[in-house]
Design a protein around this ligand. Structure first.
Ligand SMILES: Cc1cc2nc3c(=O)[nH]c(=O)nc-3n(C[C@H](O)[C@H](O)[C@H](O)COP(=O)(O)O)c2cc1C
Length: 175
């Protein structure tokens, strides 16, 4: 299975991108996880879309379409998911062939706080209902106190978190 990883943070030392890198090591045998950076995606503007999708947006849409499943790791900003991610979803949501339609999707998130992006993830689930994504219900992956679960090189060192990410990926592949 080909899995596409999308991080909702552009930060070089992002804990969420680091969680995706950990997921790359934890995918079940026979599956791969490639990370797509949202750094080049412009701010959504319907006037631009009317002239055709900008190349980085087309690349994102194609990558989602080509993947068997998508894993999103997103920070929680002000009790929601990030504008960076919402902007990318908005670009992906437009016709033709909305690429999240029927796509297997799993969510995870890392925060130094105690709720591990739970509030953001529930809002993201709501958005994917409209996109008709096939969202994995469980296991949920809330990486709380995340600043203590990665080393200074961004390696995920917390065994329980590695375990739950591995279980989530297995459930996604088998869903
Ligand atoms: C604008 C902004 C709003 C934030 N709001 C929340 C929040 O509501 N809940 C939370 O747990 N953390 C919040 N944080 C802290 C982020 O969880 C923290 O910066 C995290 O490391 C960001 O993810 P990243 O490391 O992948 O970039 C906020 C950070 C920023 C910059």
């Amino acid at each position: 299975m080909k899995i596409l990883g999308i991080s909702g943070s552009l930060r070089k030392d992002s804990l969420n991108t680091a969680a995706l890198r950990a997921a790359q090591q934890l995918v079940p045998a026979g599956s791969t996880l490639e990370i797509f950076s949202l750094a080049e995606i412009p701010i959504y503007n319907e006037d631009i879309r009317d002239k055709g999708y900008p190349a980085p947006v087309q690349k994102l849409r194609d990558a989602i379409k080509a993947a068997d499943a998508v894993v999103i790791a997103c920070p929680e900003y002000n009790y929601s998911f990030t504008g960076v991610l919402k902007n990318a979803i908005d670009w992906a949501s437009r016709p033709p062939e909305q690429p999240f339609d029927g796509k297997k999707i799993a969510l995870m998130g890392a925060s130094p706080g105690m709720l591990g992006t739970a509030r953001a993830q529930y809002q993201l689930r709501q958005v994917f209902i409209f996109m008709n994504g096939k969202i994995l219900n469980r296991p949920e992956v809330f990486i709380a106190a995340a600043d203590k679960k990665f080393d200074d090189k961004g390696n995920l060192t917390d065994e329980k978190t590695r375990e739950v990410i591995g279980k989530m990926l297995t459930a996604l592949v088998n869903s």
